[in-house]
Design a protein around this ligand. Structure first.
Ligand SMILES: Nc1ncnc2c1ncn2[C@@H]1O[C@H](COP(=O)(O)OP(=O)(O)OP(=O)(O)O)[C@@H](O)[C@H]1O
Ligand SMILES: [Mg+2]
Length: 239
């Protein structure tokens, strides 16, 4: 069983401690919510796990191996995938071609096999209009394409950084169902960063709350959201 373990994970940018002594374990099949106010360190945490940043101190273990200093492409090969808060799809290509390129690069597939695999992945996400250029996709279709690209890497652990942003309520429901389905079908551990608490409530069994880089609370959303320290972190005042 794949397991991601963070031990005292810390990242400093000059005088600023963006992630501070984070301990965490995630196992296959689990959807974990990662919440906290703007600048709390959520994206930096994902960057440390996926290899965009090397920690200042502390460790990232995956399947028992210390991968703290591994480059991003090696972590991706091992099964750690993520979406980006600001996405950069390949323009002038269709949605299907964007996903195909994922299969060709990540899994070394030839064009024909990548086409078949990409089609299958897009179907499983109920991503329509795969023949359209990315510029013509709806926001929901673009988000699904980004998720399809991560699945092309054959992930075991997946981080979604605010993928629901910009969706209306029907589209949000659709994407929540999609994320639940891929967690089951691919037996993934998924870390979900979201500002919309309704999404966190529907999607996750457990949440961690980050504030100024530290985990200040964790547990089921309904319990955590009642804690005075969490209310205070969100409102920025007295609970
Ligand atoms: N590459 C960087 N260099 C310097 N400071 C950074 C860098 N990346 C992030 N920071 C700082 O680290 C802190 C945490 O940022 P981060 O982006 O992880 O927050 P976040 O929780 O994802 O916020 P948001 O909800 O707004 O996306 C912020 O103060 C941010 O300005
Ligand atoms: Mg962020």
């Amino acid at each position: 069983m794949s397991k991601l373990v963070l031990q005292s994970l810390t990242k400093r940018f000059g005088g600023l401690v963006a992630v501070n002594g984070v301990d965490l374990e995630m196992t296959e099949g689990e959807i974990l919510g990662i919440i906290g106010p703007n600048g709390a360190g959520k994206t930096t945490l994902i960057n440390l796990i996926s290899g965009i940043h090397v920690p200042t101190s502390g460790n990232v273990f995956f399947d028992g191996k210390d991968i703290s200093t591994f480059p991003a492409h090696e972590r991706s090969k091992m099964g750690i995938a993520r979406t980006f808060q600001l996405i950069h799809p390949l323009e002038n290509l269709t949605a299907l071609q964007n996903v195909m390129i994922g299969f060709m690069f990540a899994q070394g597939m030839n064009q024909k096999d990548a086409g078949v695999a990409a089609q299958k992945t897009c179907e499983s996400l109920k991503l329509e209009h795969v023949e359209r250029d990315v510029g013509q996709l709806t926001i929901l279709e673009t988000k699904k394409m980004e998720i399809a690209k991560t699945l092309a890497c054959g992930p075991k652990v997946l981080f979604l950084d605010e993928v629901m942003a910009g969706l209306n309520s029907d589209e949000t429901k659709d994407l929540i169902e999609t994320v639940k389905r891929i967690a089951q079908e691919h037996n993934l551990a998924i870390g979900v960063v979201e500002h919309v608490m309704g999404v966190i409530k529907m999607l996750t069994a457990r949440v961690i709350v980050l504030d100024a880089g530290e985990i200040i609370a964790q547990g089921p959303y309904n319990e955590v959201s009642q804690k005075p320290e969490v209310i205070k972190a969100y409102l920025g005042g007295e609970a």
